[in-house]
Design a protein around this ligand. Structure first.
Ligand code: ADP
Length: 446
């Protein structure tokens, strides 16, 4: 069925583009986030609103009732388990639903409710008595389009006449035979074909145009060009919306081309990661075996809720997973060769507490936010590709503990001068003491 997400992209060139230093593509990370965001990420940072016309103040809502949605749609929203708008929805929705329609560029980290916001906008503007496409949503990959399709179908399930078409590869249309569906969700290439080659819908009749995951979209030049070409054919009355998880000069330049007419710009900054609440230690070990011994001591000496262990290579990670499993620990192993769905499944199991320990390489750790992790172990310290201390990754790994005011614990293993130097470098970089710990005497941390 539609919920089966395949680990394929629309064409092969996509998966090779824009691979980050850990070998993951932006769209992979983005999809992983989507698969994992089964719950709302409660943002604490403030909303920043930039707009051309300061005389038309934005207002925000605290309830979905205040938006005066049609009954069937409101029912769909509640049926999804949404009680109140998320932070970004509070500010974005009144503007998104206002008349005359207002164009918008919105950025917030994934999981904060953007998809739900634009889905709601499309569904509240659609007229199901008119049997032609009125809303068009572009997503950068097949999988992301499918996810959006599912949300839209789910939210609109009480709108009995609603028809949605998925403009993704393998979906066939007949040339010159007009679509009777109300909403089209798809990837730029297929949407382009449907509009211009097969002529199954009219771009100038679209009333709401959404471009999602703009930061992933721009990492593929072809998509960027196609999106711009599609946008040019829209009518001037069409409401144009662009969403992105990140916000930098490239994204903004693209956003301003896609949404040229006076957009309201809404930004929700990501919470800063810090080492404030985290006690950091290091343990000197002779070698890999010594690290394992130290780890065993730690797990028997202190009671650990959930922990993550980072290894430099897949080989070390699976070696360690085997040894710990043999010692009776419930261990999850996350590594880079797994496809996105497998990774999401393993992270979900860990989140649900089915495993207490998650062993991972850095590659696969992107996109994980597990609130209940109290201990992070760097079995190997993070290094960049050219073997320099990787402070950013260190912060990213460690920063996941000690959240929400809870105290976190980070334990770093060093073996030899090289790794000790790495540790000193990291210590100096953050200006936070990393205390030495004796693996045979762990009283200091309990
Ligand atoms: P984004 O597009 O920013 O990644 P989503 O719209 O996919 O975020 O929302 C993330 C998760 O939170 C989804 O599981 C979604 O169902 C849920 N969600 C969205 N809005 C709300 C809300 N107002 N209340 C509760 N859950 C919500």
């Amino acid at each position: 069925g539609a919920s089966k997400v395949q680990n394929q992209t629309e064409n092969t060139s996509e998966s090779t583009d824009d691979t980050d230093e850990t070998g993951q593509t932006k769209s992979e990370i983005s999809l992983l986030h989507k698969l994992l965001n089964t719950r709302l990420v409660q943002a604490k940072a403030d909303i920043e609103v930039l707009r051309k016309d300061p005389n038309s103040p934005l207002y925000s809502v605290k309830s979905f009732e205040a938006l005066h949605l049609r009954d069937t749609l409101l029912k769909g929203v509640y049926d999804m388990g949404f009680n109140a708008p998320s932070k970004i929805q509070e500010t974005a929705l009144p503007t998104l639903l206002a008349d005359p329609p207002c164009n918008m560029i919105a950025q917030s980290q994934s999981g904060t409710g953007k998809t739900a916001a634009f889905t709601l906008t499309m569904l509240s503007r659609v007229d199901t008595s008119l049997n032609y496409p009125q809303c068009l949503c572009l997503a950068p990959t097949y999988e992301l389009a499918i996810q959006i399709g599912e949300v839209t179908r789910n939210m609109g399930k009480f709108m009995t006449d609603l028809q949605i078409s998925m403009a993704v590869r393998q979906q066939r249309v007949t040339r010159n035979q007009p679509l009777r569906s109300h909403v089209i969700i798809g990837t730029p290439g297929t949407v382009m074909d449907w509009a211009t080659k097969f002529k199954v819908f009219a771009l100038n009749k679209i009333r709401v145009f959404v471009l999602d995951e703009a930061d992933v979209m721009i990492s593929q030049q072809g998509h960027q060009d196609q999106s711009i070409r599609l946008q040019r054919e829209l009518s001037s009355e069409c409401q144009m919306l662009l969403f992105s998880a990140t916000y930098d000069a490239d994204v903004m330049a693209f956003a301003e081309r896609i949404i040229p007419r006076d957009p309201v710009v809404i930004k929700l900054r990501r919470e800063e990661q810090s080492l404030d609440n985290i006690e950091q230690y290091y343990i000197e070990c002779a070698d890999q075996q010594g690290k394992f011994q130290a780890l065993s001591n730690i797990y028997s000496a202190i009671s650990i809720g959930q922990s993550m262990i980072f290894c430099a290579t897949r080989k070390t990670a699976s070696w360690l997973a085997e040894k710990m499993t043999a010692d009776g620990h419930a261990v999850g192993l996350l590594s880079g060769e797994l496809d996105i769905e497998m990774r999401a499944a393993i992270i979900k199991r860990f989140r649900d507490g089915k495993e207490k320990v998650l062993i991972t390489t850095n590659v696969s750790a992107r996109g994980i936010d597990v609130e209940q992790v109290t201990v992070v172990v760097n079995f190997d310290l993070p290094l960049t590709r050219d073997y320099q201390p990787d402070c950013e990754t260190y912060l990213h790994r460690i920063g996941r503990t000690g959240r929400f005011g809870k105290k976190g614990l980070a334990i770093n293993f060093v073996d030899g001068n090289r790794s000790l130097n790495t540790l000193r470098y990291i210590e100096k970089h953050f200006g936070r003491k990393i205390n030495r710990l004796d693996a045979d005497d762990l009283d200091a941390i309990e």
